[in-house]
Design a protein. Structure first.
Length: 83
């Protein structure tokens, strides 16, 4: 009996990938939120003619959050289903 089999290692890798994506998403959204709070950034965006929907914080953040959550939960499920 092995201590950890290959499917459990894959589960650990998927969970680690999911956690990495979630932390990267958090950093990107915090950086974007700081930009959005800066009045000079908003004035520059409006001067360039960009609409508010083009510089909102959704989009990539939502996609990365869903992918990160899916990988993390899938990895945990894969790990515990092979104990």
């Amino acid at each position: 009996m092995d201590l950890i089999n290959s499917k459990q290692l894959m589960g650990i890798a998927l969970a680690a990938l999911g956690l990495f994506l979630l932390s990267m998403c958090n950093k990107l959204e915090n950086k974007r939120r700081e930009q959005m709070a800066d009045p000079r950034f908003m004035i520059r965006q409006k001067a360039e003619g960009k609409e508010e929907s083009t510089y909102s914080i959704t989009g990539w953040g939502t996609t990365l959050t869903l992918l990160g959550s899916g990988f993390a939960l899938g990895g945990v499920f894969l790990f515990f289903s092979n104990i």
